[in-house]
Write a protein that binds this ligand. Structure first.
Ligand SMILES: Nc1ncnc2c1ncn2[C@@H]1O[C@H](COP(=O)(O)OP(=O)(O)OP(=O)(O)O)[C@@H](O)[C@H]1O
Length: 492
């Protein structure tokens, strides 16, 4: 013991050793301070602290960002749906709001504010969630949002194998039970989809359409949802494309609403004017969720997409070396090939259970590439009102199934081109069925007389005018062709 005590350094030796180590540390610090710029010093310090804390900490953190490999991160979406249901007394804040004007007194909806922490318990595990958002430097790139999920290191495997799949499953159940649907429009300024509550009364029951056509569409939708395995087996993306075409006011938008209500799918309503280029289109489309409808209305008005590609190349300016399909204020930068890539190209397999709907008043103006078999699975012509359509409208608007003037109205409807929108408009004029029906008869008679007068004027035209018109009448021919296709459904 005495020899051991003798070998121990004396107190003064310890003090002097401490003094020289402190002096050395101060010297190194001063040297580093002088040699390294402040930002570099902070970086080194933060890395050092990260390393040591990760090594010594008993926690493990999963980071779940809103995007995953150029697409929407489904895990993030699931957490977004699941976590508001777990906000309890331990959470320090909660975001609430409502966009449902039909029921202003209903309790607000819940969402998670930035930097909010939520504690969750799952089968004996204690889990901590934090929601964060980081602004990006470029104004047109949306901020990066992510969840951090922290658990004990020892629970890491169970969280990955059991807890995260449980969240995805629960989120799907919550979404299935949700009462209201959403309609999204793309906000170019903030580069994100803006949502609103979608409450459209149109259903297959209220639509004035031929009953066989209705049955065909509902059967087609039913078989689509049930054929997940079929799509996998044949190596096709699980999606369905519908092209709705026909004159304005024949119910194309109403049919889209009826499909959304029938399927309980949200609608992403995309205006091509708000898309800069194909890359932008890819980003926009990959940020839509599964079990949804992508709606592109009036596709014939999207110039680059609807025009024949050969004609686009002939546009003045492009021969001079101008970049084709250049985005500009009036002409969207989305190209037909960019869109086709999404419909049936490699990008089409992004996401599951998607319905794509294009509407147009002028099918003949569309590039044939868009109409080729296999592109849009079903082409549906929405035509003028038929006697069956009128009866459906009378039942919906006037709550009557029959009347002695129905036969007369049937004859008139068969002899003039009148849209369901026009008939519906007349039926809304009075709550009194008799007055409304008489108003409709007058309207149809006026339309019939006008059609006759227009026909007579047409006959009076000189042969020369007719010849001239024939030359430039390619469009008309196409529309006649469309008429022949009335109520035809192409299924590929
Ligand atoms: N087939 C229909 N069945 C029931 N209502 C219809 C039908 N077609 C039109 N309507 C009525 O007319 C209104 C306009 O119809 P809708 O917007 O669906 O037509 P559209 O074909 O999409 O027209 P556009 O091509 O101009 O967009 C609807 O609000 C609806 O009330």
């Amino acid at each position: 013991m005495a020899t051991l005590l003798k070998e121990l350094p004396s107190f003064s030796a310890l003090v002097s050793a401490y003094a020289s180590i402190s002096a050395m540390a101060m010297l190194i610090r001063t040297m580093l301070n002088e040699m390294l710029p402040e930002r570099m010093r902070n970086y080194v310090a933060s890395k050092f602290s990260e390393l040591t804390s990760a090594y010594f900490s008993s926690d493990f953190t999963f980071v779940i960002e809103d995007r995953w490999q150029a697409a929407d991160n489904l895990m993030f979406r699931a957490a977004e749906v699941y976590l508001p249901t777990r906000i309890g007394p331990s959470s320090d804040s909660l975001m609430v709001g409502s966009n449902d004007s039909s029921d202003p007194t209903a309790p607000p909806k819940r969402s998670i504010p930035v930097d909010c922490t939520i504690m969750d318990d799952f089968e004996g595990m204690r889990l901590k969630w934090t929601f964060s958002s980081i602004e990006t430097k470029k104004y047109y790139i949306p901020s990066k949002r992510f969840f951090s999920l922290t658990c004990k290191k020892s629970l890491r495997e169970r969280v990955e194998q059991e807890y995260l799949p449980y969240i995805s499953k629960t989120a799907q159940e919550i979404l299935k039970k949700r009462e209201s649907l959403s309609i999204y429009t793309y906000d170019q300024e903030y580069s994100m989809w803006e949502s609103a509550v979608f409450k459209h009364p149109a259903t297959f029951e209220t639509l004035a359409m031929e009953p066989e056509l209705k049955r065909f569409i509902t059967d087609d939708l039913d078989s689509f949802v049930q054929r997940k395995e079929f799509f996998e087996n044949v190596g096709r993306a699980w999606k369905r494309g519908y092209l709705l075409y026909g004159p304005p006011g024949t119910g194309k938008s109403s049919l889209v609403a009826a499909i959304a209500n029938y399927m309980r799918y949200n609608i992403y309503d995309l205006q091509f004017q708000s898309v800069r280029n194909d890359a932008d289109l890819r980003r926009i489309l990959t940020s839509t969720t599964n079990q949804s409808i992508l709606l592109i209305e009036d596709i014939d008005c999207s110039t680059n997409v609807s025009r024949d590609r050969a004609k686009v190349k002939e546009e003045p300016g492009e021969e001079d070396g101008d970049e084709p399909n250049r985005p500009s204020a009036i002409d969207p930068g989305v190209t037909l090939s960019g869109l086709l890539n999404f419909i049936d190209g490699l990008w089409s397999s992004c996401g599951d259970e998607r319905i794509i709907i294009f509407t147009t008043n002028h099918k003949e103006k569309l590039d044939p590439a868009l109409l080729r078999p296999g592109r849009m699975d079903v082409h549906i012509y929405m035509g003028y009102c038929t006697p069956a359509g009128f009866r459906k409208l009378a039942a919906t608007y006037l709550r009557i199934k029959d009347d002695k003037v129905f036969a007369c109205i049937d004859d008139l409807i068969k002899s003039v081109e009148v849209t369901p929108a026009e008939v519906a408009q007349q039926l809304m004029i009075s709550d009194e069925p008799k007055a409304a029906l008489n108003g409709l008869i007058e309207f149809l008679n006026r339309k019939k007389t006008k059609t006759k007068e227009d026909g007579a004027e047409e006959e009076e035209k000189t042969v020369e005018e007719k010849e001239g018109e024939e030359k430039t009448g390619e469009r008309q021919k196409n529309s006649e062709h469309a008429e022949i296709e009335t109520r035809c459904i192409y299924l590929t």
